[in-house]
Design a protein around this ligand. Structure first.
Ligand code: ZN
Ligand code: FE
Length: 257
């Protein structure tokens, strides 16, 4: 049984810890900074075993060197194709790879678009534990990452790969952008009742100082415009028919919102 802890760091990043309490060990996804991670590990008397990296941006790999200095035996999982920009990796991965983390299987998904070599980690359901997705900066709650190195067509394919995961999959994305994303989304799809309800819920959560992560794939299907590029309402509002063109236009609008 793996427990997931969410650590808010920097301005709006989340670092996630996967904790195997019985084994006294943990893995960390995208340690933007080391200190808060080290503090939790120390408090809970856990050894760090693995660092999982989704992409090379500094707010995802910034703490890795310091964690390695403290736990030198740590494995660093990252995209092999991005070794130049994620140089501390010890285990180079590619889309389609399957690993096992303390009895839980981990599937690597290639999801280019935000960066050329972005990957996600998907843990299928196992026994009483539901499916979990760590998707970095590609799929956000209510939105998606900026397209820095890919094309709209690549981002669409990446998002559709994630959208095909089971609806119950918990989505652990790396930033608390949900409220701003939904405030934009409602301008594109003002008739979407589920989106309206979600926006209200999220505004309240944020006012109360609560995190909105994790989301689920099911919630994203119903309310995230970037997963709805084949919906007639979004085709109409963008004036595009091809899904990649719809996505490109919504992304362009969001960039200047
Ligand atoms: Zn990023
Ligand atoms: Fe980021």
């Amino acid at each position: 049984m793996v427990e997931i802890l969410r650590l808010p760091v920097l301005r709006d990043n989340y670092v996630f810890l996967l904790v195997d309490s019985a084994g006294g060990r943990a893995a960390v996804v995208d340690p933007a900074v080391a200190e808060p991670v080290a503090a939790v590990l120390q408090q809970q008397d856990l050894e760090l075993a693995v660092v999982l990296q989704t992409h090379h941006h500094h707010d995802h790999i910034g703490g890795t060197a310091e964690l390695l200095a403290r736990w030198p035996q740590v494995e660093v999982w990252a995209a092999a194709s991005d070794r130049a920009r994620i140089p501390l990796q010890t285990r180079g991965l590619a889309g389609g790879d399957r690993l096992v983390l303390w009895g839980r299987s981990v599937e690597v998904l290639a999801i280019p678009g935000h960066t050329r070599d972005h990957i996600a980690y998907y843990l299928p359901a196992a026994g009483a534990d539901g499916p979990e997705l760590f998707c970095g900066d590609t799929l956000f709650a209510g939105g998606c990452g900026r397209i820095f190195e890919g094309t709209a067509a690549q981002m669409l394919a990446s998002l559709e790969l994630l959208a095909a995961l089971p609806a119950a999959t918990r989505v652990w994305c790396a930033h608390e952008y949900t409220e701003a994303n939904l405030r934009f989304a409602i301008t594109q799809e003002p008739e979407n009742q589920e989106l309206l309800e979600r926006l209200k819920r999220v505004v309240k959560q944020r006012a109360d100082g609560e995190a909105t992560i994790p989301s689920t794939i099911g919630i994203e299907h119903a309310t995230n415009p970037f997963l709805r590029c084949r919906q007639p309402a979004l085709q109409a509002v963008t004036g595009a028919t091809e899904a990649a063109d719809v996505l490109a236009e919504i992304r362009r609008r969001k960039d200047v919102f």
